[in-house]
Design a protein around this ligand. Structure first.
Ligand code: GLN
Length: 352
């Protein structure tokens, strides 16, 4: 799919009356000080500049195939950075709880690896780009694994089906509790998003039935779609999402709580998958221009991870044609370039 990248528009300099907050590292939470996390001033400058530069950008449009998402205020815009040593910097609408949508796929993958180990997950799901939209039916037919990877809908529903539990409720509660530990605080389902998506998710049910035909789904297909729909409807705000990313940046240790939530050895698999498929069929563009593992959701969130350094989460509902938030991409690209975060750039590892 082509991506709508309207750039170069004159952006009016607007006087910003926004609240920026900076939380220094509480001594108790200095669980593992990252030697490479950016300094507070560098972060603050880059984030403020990006906010001002892109605030008035109105390109893209809200997702509308899930009716609830079409009504979300498309002007909402929040940026949060959490570093691996738990510095927090936020700007804009960072308390608004939006649905995590496909970003949930990252953390269900982490839980599946926790339960089964990475080799079994790789065998049962795979990790190859599909070159197609995230909800593609032909990709399921054509890909040798059928599942493709854990971040397209088919592979994600199959990943959810791997989570163990005596019934659907036990599986769902386990997933929700796990997300909360990654975020460092309890998360809850946005009931209205769930209802809206559950009433319209015939495409995902079709994908699950197709996977059943190929024996690539590992629990009841409709039960798995329902749990998957719930996980997509979990509410997060930008700060919580940045903390989830910072847990990935900090070797699986939540920088706020100090808990090792994700196994250290699973982190490279997760970040590799994010690099390869985190922005769906725009992942190649993203790797080229930004060079950071990231994951987007049609709720308007994107989180990008700078390993060892921290994570940036941006929420802005207007999406491009691939389903990625337009403003979030622009902000992260700007901040990542400014802070030399690109993983493939020699200067990101200190080589001048
Ligand atoms: N819940 C959405 C769906 O299944 C998630 C898609 C997304 O964020 N790309 O379509």
């Amino acid at each position: 799919m082509s991506v709508n990248r309207v750039r170069g528009k004159t952006i009016l300099a607007v006087a910003l009356i926004v609240t920026a907050t900076f939380t220094p590292v509480p001594v108790s939470a200095q669980v593992s000080r990252s030697p490479v996390a950016p300094r507070r001033e560098q972060l603050e400058t880059a984030v403020r500049e990006a906010y001002t530069k892109f605030k008035s950008d109105t390109s893209g449009k809200n997702a509308d195939y899930i009716p609830y998402l079409a009504q979300v205020d498309s002007k909402l815009f929040g940026i949060a950075v959490v570093t691996a040593d738990n510095q927090v910097f936020t700007l804009g609408d960072v308390d608004y709880s939006f649905s995590v949508q496909s970003i949930s796929k990252v953390f269900t993958l982490a839980l599946a690896m926790e339960e089964l180990g990475p080799d079994k997950v790789f065998m049962r799901i795979g990790s190859e780009p599909t070159g197609r939209a995230f909800n593609s039916v032909p990709a399921v037919v054509d890909m040798p694994t059928h599942t493709g990877n854990p971040f397209v809908n088919a592979g994600a529903i199959a990943t959810t089906s791997l989570i163990s539990g005596k019934d659907a409720d036990e599986k769902w509660n386990k997933i929700l509790a796990f997300y909360g530990r990654v975020a460092g605080e309890k998360l809850v389902l946005i009931e209205d998003v769930y209802k809206s998506e559950a009433a319209t998710n015939t495409g995902n049910k079709a994908l699950a039935m197709l996977l059943a035909k190929y024996e690539r789904i590992y629990a009841d297909p409709f039960e798995s779609v329902d749990i998957y729909t719930k996980q997509c409807s979990v509410g997060v705000n930008a700060t919580q999402l940045a903390r989830m990313g910072a847990t990935l940046a900090n070797n699986g240790v939540n920088p706020a709580t100090g808990e090792q939530v994700i196994k250290r050895e699973d982190i490279p698999y997760i970040l590799a998958t994010m690099t390869m498929a985190g922005l769906y069929d725009s992942s190649g563009y993203w790797a080229w221009h930004v060079g950071l593992p990231a994951k987007s959701g049609v709720g308007g969130g994107i989180v990008a991870v700078a390993p060892g350094k921290g994570a940036i989460a941006v929420f802005a509902p207007r999406l491009d044609e691939a389903g990625n938030s337009v403003k979030a991409q622009k902000v992260i690209e700007y901040v990542a370039n400014k802070l030399d975060f690109n993983l493939y750039s020699p200067s990101s590892v200190g080589l001048k």
